[in-house]
Design a protein around this ligand. Structure first.
Ligand SMILES: [Zn+2]
Length: 479
């Protein structure tokens, strides 16, 4: 091991020692009062101008345009700046990140390297850029999430589905052609060896995979309802899990008080999942106007379904053959082109008819993970307002996270809003993203990242302040 790497590891070990964590927590003020903030509350297109926001411990307890009496609070004046909730990426795959694409787990990387890469990305490209929560929707970062929650390592909150559930030859089947196809209990493909996907055939397999996920702490289930762009054996047009398998997944999810999210692209799979009780509909870029209408009607009636929009990858990455990831095969690139064309039409219908929408980047590999916030901005290029785009990643996302019911890993408060009884996940921006949403792409405009009441970045106070946090990580100074 080169000495430079050794010294970095040594410095990191000091930074993460229990002593320094306990010390930092002791030093952190228990009350923080932000004054004169212009607040985007997670929902309203109108800022609350000149608001005072009191954080006590890890929660927001008061938001008021009247003075808040908190004599012992550490006061941060944020006049002229905008406060938003921390962003929530509702479609992330933190573990599917090997540098040569997901399939490289098969041949070149083990899950230890995958975990190390994941942590680096989760700190540098998520938490430090203002993404304070991710819904991990195929992948198994459950023990990494545990370590983050214990304060041992740094990253966003994680709601995970555990391994995604699909069929042999579907979007969960990552075994190469020349290795034996996986079975549930003897998966020799990289997806199952790393617990990121399950290959299931029949309701018994689905039951087992679902319960294994919940046993490990999954907050919801992810199933494959159709073909995928990045997998090898499954054209987009096919259907994934069969009717009885979907019904069983929904049943097991409901038994656990939570819900199913589906990967699907077209009417046939959306129809199957709408009928059978799936609640979170990912992708959908090839569905018809009629299907959009059905979804909106169902939402208006029951308030229990959502469309999850992956704007940037569908509009830009899949925008043309040339912009597709280099590791895609010719066939995968053609599938991507079809997606790019469909998305512009269907996202306009979703907006026009008033569907309930969340944003999820699906941006998880080198070259994309650095740019997750492009996905937050992206809907404004297809007709959504800046306030809508921010709401997809804050207020709306927080509502859907609570659909995990008893499986919610963060059950005490709301997420994705600046309001009392919400976790103190707070961003401060130099400027107003409702006027110019592109400013969220400029890291120098992001002056505070607070998660769970702790500042991970704070450039608004003097460097000798107890609240000061550098803009980039300094190993050995803060845990
Ligand atoms: Zn995905």
């Amino acid at each position: 091991m080169p000495n430079s790497i050794k010294s970095v590891l040594f410095a990191t070990a000091i930074a993460l020692s229990p002593f320094s964590i306990a010390q930092a927590q002791e030093d952190a003020p228990s009350q923080v009062l932000f004054t004169n903030a212009n607040v985007f509350d997670g929902f309203s297109p109108d800022l609350i101008v000149g608001a005072n926001v009191l954080v006590e411990g890890n929660a927001i307890t008061q938001v008021s345009t009247d003075p808040i009496d908190a004599p012992n609070a550490f006061v941060v004046d944020v006049s002229g700046k905008t406060m938003t909730p921390g962003f929530i990426d509702m479609h992330q795959h933190v573990m599917l990140n090997p540098p040569e694409g997901t399939a490289a787990y098969q041949t070149r990387w083990d899950d230890a390297a995958g975990g190390a890469i994941a942590l680096q990305y989760m700190n540098d490209h998520m938490l430090m850029k203002g993404i304070t929560t991710v819904r991990d929707i195929a992948g198994d970062p459950l023990d990494i999430a545990k370590a983050i929650d214990m304060g041992l390592v740094r990253g966003p909150r994680v709601y995970s589905s555990g391994g995604a559930i699909g069929q042999t030859g579907g979007h969960s089947d990552w075994a190469g052609r020349n290795v034996p196809p996986a079975t549930l209990e003897n998966g020799q493909d990289m997806g199952q060896l790393t617990s990121n996907t399950w290959v299931t055939d029949g309701v018994d397999d689905v039951t087992r995979a679902a319960r294994l996920n919940f046993r490990r702490g999954a907050a919801f289930l992810k199933v494959m309802g159709g073909g995928g762009v990045a997998s090898e054996f499954d054209p987009l047009e096919i259907l994934g899990l069969a009717e009885d398998e979907v019904a069983r997944a929904v049943e097991i999810a409901r038994d656990n008080g939570t819900y199913v999210a589906v990967h699907a692209y077209h009417d046939e799979s959306y129809d199957r999942h709408l009928r059978l009780g799936t609640r979170s509909f990912e992708h959908g870029f090839l569905i018809s106007e009629e299907m959009v209408r059905r979804m909106v009607a169902k939402y208006n009636e029951t308030k229990d379904i959502v469309w999850s929009f992956q704007c940037y990858v569908s509009v830009n990455t899949f925008g043309s053959y040339e912009t597709m990831p280099a590791f895609f095969t010719h066939e995968q690139k053609l599938k991507g082109v079809a997606v790019g064309e469909g998305v512009r039409a269907m996202s306009k219908w979703m907006n026009d008819y008033g569907m309930f929408i969340i944003g999820g980047s699906d941006m998880f590999s080198p070259g994309l993970v650095e740019k997750i916030k492009e996905d937050i901005v992206c809907p404004t290029s297809v007709g959504f307002s800046p306030a809508q785009a921010l709401k997809h990643y804050t207020g709306n996302a927080g509502i859907v996270l609570k659909w995990s019911g008893p499986k919610d890993p963060y059950p005490t408060y709301h997420l994705g809003r600046i309001a009392p009884d919400s976790y103190a996940d707070i961003l401060i921006w130099d400027g107003n993203p409702l006027e110019d949403i592109n400013l969220i792409l400029d890291e120098s405009k992001l002056q505070l990242v607070m998660k769970d009441g702790r500042a991970y970045k704070n450039t608004m106070v003097e460097s000798d302040s107890i609240m000061y946090r550098p803009a980039v990580r300094e190993p050995g100074v803060y845990p």
